[in-house]
Design a protein around this ligand. Sequence first.
Ligand code: GRF
Length: 202
Amino acid sequence: TPVALMISGRGSNATALVRAAADPAFPARICLVLSNNPQAPGLEMARAAGLPTLAIDHRPFGKDRAAHEQALHAALTEAGAQAVCLAGYMRLLTPFLTQAWAGRMLNIHPSLLPSFPGLHTHERALDAGVRVHGCTVHLVTEGMDEGPILGQAAVPVLADDTADLLSARVLEQEHLLYPRALRHFLTRQPASASTASALLVA
Ligand code: GRF
């Protein structure tokens, strides 16, 4: 299945997906790595892996988010993508793009949703005093970090944790979870939202 990745920066989750997809037995073929940030290090990684890349900078579009998303959508469609994985794509999407890709767009979020949607999840988890933290792969809907959960992985919060330590512990799990959740999604495409919520605990 042709799958496009959307990134904004580092691209470590994109790297994990690219590596997984290098295995012929993996059900996704990465057909495009698309970024809103032309300087995203993840684009370099993708080029080095010989994958098609494209940067569509949001800045020239100014406040016209619709026009930027139409350009993204056209690029995804032209690449033949049948699903999209957001992997550190740091711009909020409007209903135009989420509806165009409804049921076919995945995101990874660094918390055990529905706890801590949004930014600074590791700091907030530490502030809240939770003992268990983690990451979630979910389908993208209009509400930020709100769609049906496809998989989660949990890590312990340790006594002397800092946000950096916790973030690194979660990130390691993200890199395992995302390929696993994508494989599951592509091979056991659920008929309904209720069967979409298979829990994957790494
Ligand atoms: C990850 O923590 C991901 O969960 C979040 O943004 C970060 C992206 O990191 N959505 P990377 O670009 O994949 O390294």
